[in-house]
Design a protein around this ligand. Structure first.
Ligand code: SF4
Length: 1009
């Protein structure tokens, strides 16, 4: 057994405490410029000093402007250094947009404000400090789909009975995952559910004697039944948590819930974080769930400097745990909370705002306006000679409605309106189908950024069929799909004859095809058909062989490459049709993620899991096209949040569709535990749908056209107009066809809008964020960057990647132990190597075992060496950075930051076998990666690191250099070159040596020499 040794180097638990650069004195001019153009209330919000603040920011009131200028103002007025500000939001996209806008406002090199999503921040906290509550340092995060797979696999281990019907044991898997997610969002653990069940049972037994016999029996039976249900759910919840822990996994709920537990249980961590983040800004605060609010409160404290920005009328995420009433409760949580209500609307014309207000008042009294006694009436800033239009149309069927909308859009475009200024909003993705078809018939450019299901695309279904055939050749439908798919392209008379033969003989297609190839006389086929069949069978047979030895992603990749399938997708992408390549690449990610989750990632074991996910309704979203400013947008209302358009059509305004008749959740948390009405309470749901419609209405700048159809496209029952129409229009709505267009409040405006304005209104931010790998790939060949980072074409498995990744993880574990001073256990380091090891990409079993042994030996030397450096202190491990370098933001992680006899040194670990000191120094000197790290450190801390180094683990050799001014200048130029090329979408291939030799795409790239 390896002894646990105590290292001599110690470090603070919170990472490096590096003094910031000396800042220039406060610039009055700079502050004046920051506040210019803001209205009075916006200024109040931006220049709020210390203490909690709630900025109630209705639609179009400049919310993002206020947030970003507040961050810039805190920095410019010297209230906080950039690194002392934490901004939290909900989506990566919003975080990136905010970062880009802060970058524009804050001087170069000072924008290292932490802008994160809640989940990313929780993840960071757990990776940095999770060890303090016994959590693994590098847990793997799983999404809902993976959680379902896990639960399905372990369904008999969870103590379930009523929620595991033997006829369909996994029927409740999805509902259970959702229930556990809700519980985590509420801060409820298995013990809370169990305690509730016990209370229910005790209550049932207590009421029984006080009631007459008949009634008592019924009441007691009902309560006991409910108690038993809850006890079963609590038990399953506990089991689920154990499974996650055993596999070193966390789900999205844990990322925040465990971060909250960390801050509750470890006051020293809480204190350190409060000292570090002196100001917190929470964007879209109305969408926060209870645990996210608890996290903020723990970080900020009751009197803390936290700014919440949000609007209760735009709370539309109850389905993912947002409490909706989050803003109303802030006054209790922060007694000194100050309000600023932004009331000037810079987006919409007056009639649109009036319709929106008339509508939303129907949610009273459950609104902040009533609860906090504030006035939220929005005043339209934009004036026009001609009044704006809010219209309502009725149509006989949904297809007529779609056609009418398309015709009106065509009419607008003919008059010179820019397509990007028009949007059609729908309640669900399915509602978009008729209007998409009508726009296509008229050849109107459109973009549907609605999440079309990945599995609905032909090329994706073909690849899924390929996976199923490799797992089971007898699956005739799947073989048929593969034979007719792109690389083999069989069809016509020949294939019909083969299918007919299989059918007459009652045999599988596979057995007939293979027999045909062995006995050519069985059926007359053209030489071309026969050649295609032979190629398909040969390649499938090669895949069958590999399927039992190699991982599913490796087998799939090999087949796609060898068959020419991947090359033809790349060629299509090059000619402008990049959708199929994107989607197959996305499918590949799904396959990879699922096989990572399985203990054994071989294809025959993966296929049932993948099928189970599809059967359970999992269908990953995939954008149909890239954002195009020159196309009409068709969006769900949820996706339209944050956008604005000159003309907005909201279609499908019928009862049952908008508001949507929501399905009841199969399992819900008891209201007694959450303290609120159940999320599927009809009144709660209608209020949420009303807020959603409010969001739809307020996307319109000039013109709002509402419509509904009396019947669906296929006829069916008559539909009543949505009750929201009357609420918004302020009068009853006549649903008869005779009143078509009767509801016009004013004539349609005809207006040309400058394309640049429209493009800007549609643009959610122009920030470009790059990693070192992206920069390096672009510089080595722009086409490689395009394939890898834009198209996300999978990279084939390679042993060097497996080895490098496993070594990297093991070294990180060792360094983290050294940093914490908790003792360096070599066995734990070796176990990490093993747990991150995979057999993929090795040439043979001998090759793999030799490599593994080499890794073990290198790690032993590494641990040994760690004790030979008594003066060294590790300041940070895997520390992320995100800095502005030129026109781009560059993100990355320092493997380790060390203090060596007072000098700050950034180390990057390489698994390579360099043993010559001169060669190691040369490699370090030429490493763009190290130069970027030096630039990033300087941008963050105001001074350069004393040295940067490459540590070659196998060779146990370190090459250390201090980058010169000239080297860093050249590195900056390289970053600028990559940034400019990527911004200009210049992805021309630059084939050559050695780039193509090392390129993972050389076998599918048409430009490869
Ligand atoms: S094979 Fe050569 S030309 Fe093609 S992407 Fe790779 S590096 Fe570029």
């Amino acid at each position: 057994m390896t002894a646990i040794r105590t290292p001599r180097n110690q470090a603070t638990p919170t990472g490096p405490d590096v003094e910031p650069a000396q800042r220039a004195p406060v610039s009055i001019e700079g502050i004046r410029a920051l506040l210019s153009g803001l209205d009075r209330r916006q200024r109040l919000a931006v220049t709020h000093g210390e203490g909690p603040l709630l900025v109630i920011a209705g639609p179009g009131t400049g919310k993002t402007e206020v947030i970003t200028r507040r961050v810039a103002w805190l920095i410019a007025s010297r209230r906080a250094r950039p690194s002392q500000i934490l901004a939290l939001t909900f989506t990566e996209r919003t975080a990136d947009e905010m970062q880009a806008r802060v970058d524009l406002l804050v001087p170069y090199g000072q924008a290292d404000t932490a802008i994160h999503t809640f989940h990313a921040f929780g993840d960071w906290l757990l990776r940095e400090h999770g060890h303090a509550i016994g959590r693994p340092m590098d847990p793997r995060v799983i999404g809902r789909a993976e959680a379902m797979v896990l639960l399905r696999e372990q369904i008999f281990e969870l103590g379930l009975q009523r929620y595991r019907p033997l006829g369909d044991p996994t029927r409740f898997a999805g509902a259970l995952v959702d229930l556990f997610a809700r519980a985590k969002e509420e801060g409820l653990g298995p013990d809370d559910l169990a305690a509730y069940a016990a209370e229910l049972e005790a209550g049932a037994r207590a009421v029984a004697p006080a009631m007459d016999e008949q009634a008592a029996q019924e009441v007691v039976a009902g309560l006991l039944d409910e108690a038993a249900s809850q006890a079963e759910l609590a038990c399953a919840y506990r089991g689920y948590q154990q499974i996650l822990a055993e596999h070193s996994l966390v789900d999205h709920g844990d990322q925040v819930a465990e971060a909250v537990r960390l801050l509750e249980e470890r006051p020293e961590v809480r204190l350190a974080l409060r000292q570090r983040f002196r100001f917190i800004v929470v964007d879209e605060a109305q969408d926060a769930n209870p645990q996210q609010l608890a996290l903020v409160r723990l970080m900020a404290g009751e009197m803390g400097n936290v700014t919440f920005v949000g609007d209760d009328d735009q709370a539309i995420y109850a389905f993912r745990g947002a409490v909706g009433q989050a803003l109303a409760g802030l006054g209790d949580a922060y007694p000194t909370l100050r309000d600023v209500v932004l009331r000037r609307n810079y987006r919409s014309r007056k009639p649109i705002l009036e319709a929106a207000r008339q509508l939303i008042r129907h949610n009273d009294p459950d609104r902040l306006e009533v609860q906090r006694g504030v006035d939220k009436t929005l005043t339209a800033v934009r004036r026009a000679r001609r009044p704006a239009s809010v219209r309502h149309h009725v149509y006989a069927t949904a297809s007529e409605e779609a056609d009418a909308v398309a015709i009106e859009i065509e009419h607008l475009l003919r008059k010179g309106r820019h397509p990007g200024s028009v949007a059609v909003l729908v309640r669900t993705n399915a509602d978009a189908e008729p209007v998409l078809a009508s726009l296509d018939v008229r050849a109107i450019p459109r973009r549907f950024s609605g999440a079309s299901g990945l599995f609905s695309y032909r090329e994706v279904r073909d690849v899924l069929s390929l996976l199923r055939v490799i797992a089971s050749p007898a699956s005739s439908e799947d073989l048929y799909a593969v034979l007719t798919a792109e690389p083999y392209g069989l069809g016509g008379e020949g294939l019909s004859a083969i299918c007919d033969l299989a059918s007459r003989r009652r045999r599988s297609l596979w057995s007939v095809v293979t027999e045909l190839l062995e006995q050519p006389g069985l059926l007359r086929l053209t030489p071309d058909t026969r050649a295609r069949l032979q190629r398909c069978v040969d390649q499938l047979r090669a895949s069958f062989d590999g399927a039992h030895e190699r991982s599913a992603p490796a087998v799939l990749y090999e087949h796609l490459r060898e068959s020419g399938w991947l090359s033809s997708l790349v060629t299509r992408a090059e000619s402008g049709d990049d959708g199929p390549l994107r989607r197959v690449a996305r499918l590949f990610e799904v396959v990879k993620a699922q096989s990572d989750l399985l203990g054994d990632p071989r294809l025959p074991l993966l296929v049932p899991t993948l099928q189970a996910l599809i059967d359970a309704g999992q269908d990953p979203a995939v954008p149909e096209t890239e954002e195009r400013a020159d196309a009409v947008s068709v969006l769900t209302v949820h996706q339209a949040k944050g956008l604005e358009f000159a003309t907005v059509f909201v279609i499908g305004m019928a009862e049952g569709r908008f508001p949507l008749q929501a399905r009841r959740d199969a399992l819900t948390l008891p209201a007694a535990l959450t303290g609120r009405r159940a999320s599927d309470d009809p009144e709660t749901q209608r209020a949420e749908e009303r807020r959603l419609f409010y969001v739809a209405v307020t996307r319109a700048r000039d013109e709002l056209i509402l419509s509904h159809a009396i019947r669906s496209a296929r006829g069916g029952r008559q539909r009543r107009p949505s009750g929201f129409l009357a609420e918004a229009l302020g009068r009853p709505v006549d649903a008869s066809l005779a009143v078509e267009e009767e509801s016009c409040l004013a004539a349609p405006i005809e207006q040309r809008t400058a394309p640049s304005t429209l493009a800007a209104s549609h643009d959610r931010g122009s920030g470009l964020t790059l990693s070192f790998t992206q920069i390096d790939d672009y510089l080595s060949c722009p086409r490689k960057y395009y394939l890898r980072h834009l198209m996300r074409v999978p990279v084939p498995a390679h042993h060097a990647l497996v080895f490098g990744n496993a070594m990297h993880q093991a070294v990180a574990v060792a360094n983290a132990a050294l940093m914490r001073g908790t003792g360096l256990d070599e066995a734990a380091v070796q176990v990490t190597l093993e747990s991150h090891w995979s057999s993929e990409g090795f040439l043979s079993a001998e090759h793999e075992s030799a490599r593994f042994a080499a890794g073990q030996a290198a790690l032993s030397r590494f641990v040994e060496r760690a004790f030979a450096r008594p003066g060294d202190r590790i300041l940070a491990v895997e520390q992320p950075f995100s800095v502005r370098l030129g026109d781009a933001r560059v993100r990355g992680r320092y493997d380790a930051v060390r203090d060596v006899e007072g000098a700050t040194i950034i180390t990057d670990y390489k698994s390579g076998d360099v043993r010559d000191p001169a060669r190691a120094r040369e490699r370090a000197r030429d490493a763009l990666q190290l130069q970027i790290y030096a630039l990033a450190w300087e941008a963050e801390h105001g001074s350069r690191p004393d040295a940067v180094e490459l540590h070659f683990l196998e060779g146990d050799m370190v090459g250390r250099v201090t980058p010169t001014e000239r080297q860093l200048e050249r590195a900056s130029q390289k970053v600028a070159t990559a940034t400019a090329g990527i911004r200009a979408a210049d992805f021309e291939a630059t084939p050559g040596f050695p780039a193509c030799d090392w390129c993972p795409y050389r076998r599918i790239c048409p430009a490869a020499p």
